[in-house]
Design a protein around this ligand. Structure first.
Ligand code: H79
Length: 601
């Protein structure tokens, strides 16, 4: 018997290139698409975290606090009265807005988002509503935001404002920090909201066109979705074209950062320090990430990601239809750390050759590629698929599994036209005759023109020896925004399963119906055990309870029970959480469905 293959008709590609699916009821889809068009094409932005925290740079009273230096006030439990005098030392004489803008432009970013105010409440712009700002409280006395926004625009890039809703300094902000001695009784949170709106108004009226409003610190109970929607409306009223992130409201779900539903405030999801496991058709998102372990300048933090890793993360985002907002934390003197500049230069160099495969592209049509990632764009009569090869084939043969289209041309962005040939076989497209060494060790882009929209056939999983069906995390379809495939060797699994609505399924094909024992391999921190889940196929199911293993990385296999697989033919096998004990369901590595011999039972 032969099985017709599932056809995934470049769904992610078309929805992202056309971006037709409007997530927002109150705004016409065409208007939203027009507003977001530049941002969707940009794909790469630079984040700048700069403020008074660059002075202590992670160190307070002789103690070094690891992690995020902009959180020092929290980590070292510094009162506002103790923190304020830092402003008298803020004199970044080496600050040169044009030098920063040049670094950004050279890196190939299309927009720059900078902290106008972080959680510590210090304002880097000239505000009439507070004296804890760069003009009134520092010897520097220059409007950093004015200088930077002018310089950034002069280089053809857009400026974006990060602005913290959370404020550890403002007397009206609530809740009070536990270490802050000021009596909370004097605070008036509605008055703080008025102040916040006044400052947002300044940011959107005094500095010319603003590309993005990037809010943060929305998670405390005092902030509501209604305040968020009002604030978003204010931004839109002042600058109709402005793009607002989802942290303006309460719709963000954890560090995965995507909005709970399409009615949530904001235009785009904000995964932080992480990239979604799969593309999310119709959803706009931007992963923000540090190059080391801190957003603000941290003197002792030398844990830099490599240029290769950073370029590949940008590619990863683009291949899933998202943007990458990469952070730098300038020093108190006003310099972007040399380690950051060096990495940005390398990214710019790669983009100068391969930018065509990033800017203005949409998600690639593949769920997973063994050697890298793919992006794509429409061309006359077809699609140009960009194959970003991380692991170059030493034999010069690159296999593109499942691709069914006629190939019209192949070239390497690094070196132009090549002699390689493309042929279709039962597995997909086979590109042969590539040079034996990778032309670019970071990622070599093979541009492949195909007729029509990409058609990718994902072959069903077939039983192996003894009729055993092995359903591995790597082959699963993950449905939802939190759970995702984690490829790391020691922890290969479906992880980050923090939303019990997320489900996992496999597409299999069997020769005959039959009863199968279900074995599950999973890991779970003992303290998080107790979630329940159901494994189902057709009308048959078996329920399981997640037991604690040695930890999230300690995988154990256990027998769950038996299910009846329908057949012969295609069958979807799903894992659906039925309850979540604590913060996450489990780390799921695989299922094994072992046929029971006739007579067993
Ligand atoms: O601005 C950057 C971060 O400061 C901010 N968002 C990005 C864009 C951010 N807010 N919250 N978080 C990041 C996550 C909070 C992490 C915490 Fe911690 C863990 C806060 C307290 C414990 C990290 C470790 C910060 C202080 C100690």
């Amino acid at each position: 018997m032969r099985w017709s293959a599932a056809i995934v008709r470049g769904a992610a590609l078309s929805s992202l290139l056309v971006a037709g699916a409007s997530a927002r009821a109150q705004e016409p889809a065409e208007q939203r698409d027009a507003r977001l068009a530049w941002w969707r094409e940009a794909r790469f932005g630079m984040f700048i975290h700069w403020g008074l925290y660059a002075i202590p740079a992670g160190e307070w009273k002789g103690r070094v606090f690891g992690g995020a230096s902009e959180w020092l006030m929290h980590s070292a439990r510094i009162t506002p009265a103790e923190y304020e005098p830092l402003a008298t030392r803020f004199n970044p004489v080496k600050f040169d807005a044009d030098a920063w803008a040049a670094i950004a432009a050279d890196a190939g970013v299309k927009y720059v988002v900078i902290t106008t105010k972080h959680h510590d409440g210090f304002c880097l712009f000239d505000t009439a509503h507070d004296t804890f700002d760069v003009m009134d409280a520092t010897p520097f006395g220059r409007d950093v935001m004015k200088e930077l926004s002018d310089a950034v625009r002069a280089r053809g890039l857009r400026i974006g404002w990060y602005h913290s809703i959370l404020d550890w300094h403002h007397p009206d902000y609530l809740p009070r920090r536990t270490w802050d001695p000021r009596p909370a009784g004097d605070a008036d949170f509605p008055r703080y909201v008025g102040h916040l709106r006044d400052q947002v108004t300044e940011l959107l009226t005094k500095y010319g066109p603003v590309g993005v409003m990037w809010f943060d610190g929305e998670w405390e109970d005092t902030w509501t979705e209604a305040s968020g929607k009002d604030l978003e409306a204010l931004c839109r009223k002042l600058q109709p074209g402005v793009i607002v992130n989802n942290r303006v409201g309460k719709g963000r779900e954890g560090m995965a950062g995507l909005s709970r539903d399409e009615h949530a405030a904001g235009d785009f999801g904000t995964p932080e320090q992480t990239v979604p496991g799969t593309g999310l058709p119709g959803v706009d998102w931007e992963s923000c990430m540090t190059m080391n372990d801190s957003w603000g300048y941290h003197r002792g933090d030398e844990n830099w990601k490599s240029s290769t890793e950073l370029v590949r993360t940008l590619i990863d985002c683009a291949s899933k239809g998202g943007n990458f907002l990469l952070n730098v934390g300038p020093s108190a003197e006003g310099e972007i750390p040399p380690a950051s500049v060096e990495r940005l230069r390398a990214m710019g160099a790669w983009l100068r050759v391969n930018g065509e495969a990033i800017y203005g592209t949409g998600a690639g049509p593949f769920r997973r590629l063994p050697w890298g990632r793919a992006t794509a764009r429409r061309i006359a009569g077809g699609t140009r698929v960009y194959l970003h090869v991380f692991d170059w084939p030493a034999d010069g043969v690159l296999r593109v599994p499942g691709l069914r289209n006629e190939v019209r041309g192949i070239s390497l962005l690094a070196s132009g036209l090549i002699d390689a040939t493309a042929a279709r076989d039962t597995v997909g497209v086979v590109i042969a005759g590539l040079p034996p060494a990778p032309p670019d060790p970071i990622a070599t882009v093979v541009a492949m023109d195909v007729a029509g929209e990409p058609i990718v056939e994902v072959a069903p999983i077939r039983p192996g020896g003894g009729g055993v069906l092995v359903l591995d995390a790597a082959d699963a379809d993950v449905h939802g925004a939190s759970a995702r495939y984690e490829p790391r060797d020691d922890r290969r699994c479906i992880g980050f399963w923090t939303d019990a609505r997320d489900t996992v399924s496999w597409d299999a094909a069997v020769d005959a119906p039959g009863r199968h024992d279900v074995w599950v391999t999973l890991a779970c921190e003992p303290g998080e055990a107790g979630s329940t889940f159901r494994v189902a196929a057709g009308t048959s199911w078996v329920d399981g309870v997640v037991m604690g293993t040695g930890g999230w990385g300690e995988f154990r296999e256990t027998w769950l029970g038996a299910i009846d697989l329908p057949g012969p033919g295609r069958v979807a096998i799903t894992v659906t959480p039925t309850s979540m004990a604590r913060g996450a369901v489990m780390n799921l590595r695989s299922l094994r469905l072992v046929p029971q011999r006739r007579g067993d039972r």
